[in-house]
Design a binder for this molecule. Structure first.
Ligand code: HEC
Length: 153
């Protein structure tokens, strides 16, 4: 009988403890609760690992970037003459880009070489990817001349 009574007392005490415990948790603010949860090593490791993966992919893409096509390569190997380039521009481009390349149907081309790499400028002229600008097929030397004109605008 005495043992049973002791048992019941223990149950009651434990119940009271549980309720007290609940009160303590309820009294805690969110930030207190957060600070009691220590960050697991995994939570720290995952962002670091993800950063490494992203950097590794970026480096891989840069290393594996497509090689320049032979046309672009041969244009870049030539040295262009901007005066010659100016006359090619007058014959082919002024209708859209304006007499002084300051824009008409096509955009103003001043400072265009700050926005686009040499390879992108060549691509712009020979690709025909942005109608209404037509696809031009200048010889590598003509393209090199045109490029040096565009670069000094
Ligand atoms: C029929 C009109 C037309 C002619 C001719 C033309 N262009 Fe264009 N060009 C455009 C248009 C329109 C754009 C804008 C395309 C776009 O980005 O959507 C453009 C864009 C460009 C750009 C990129 C500008 C930028 O801000 O990124 C360059 C460089 C360029 N042209 C050079 C030339 C050269 C060099 C010639 C002559 C060989 C030429 N264009 C002839 C209409 C023309």
């Amino acid at each position: 009988m005495a043992n049973q009574w002791l048992g019941l007392k223990t149950v009651i005490n434990e119940g009271a403890n549980l309720i007290n415990g609940a009160d303590v948790v309820a009294d805690m603010t969110d930030s207190e609760l957060l600070s009691t949860q220590a960050k697991s090593p995994l939570q720290t490791a995952i962002p670091i690992a993800l950063t490494f993966i992203v950097v590794a992919i970026a480096i891989a893409l840069w290393i594996l970037r497509p090689p320049l096509d032979t046309y672009t390569q041969s244009v870049l190997n030539l040295s262009g003459d901007a005066v010659q380039g100016r006359s090619i521009f007058v014959m082919n481009c002024v209708a859209c880009h304006g007499q002084w390349a300051d824009g008409k149907i096509g955009p103003n081309l001043h400072g265009v070489s700050d926005r686009k790499s040499d390879a992108r400028l060549i691509h712009q002229v020979v690709s025909g990817e942005t109608p209404p600008m037509p696809q031009f097929q200048p010889s590598p030397q003509d393209m090199a001349d045109l490029l040096s004109y565009l670069k000094q605008l």
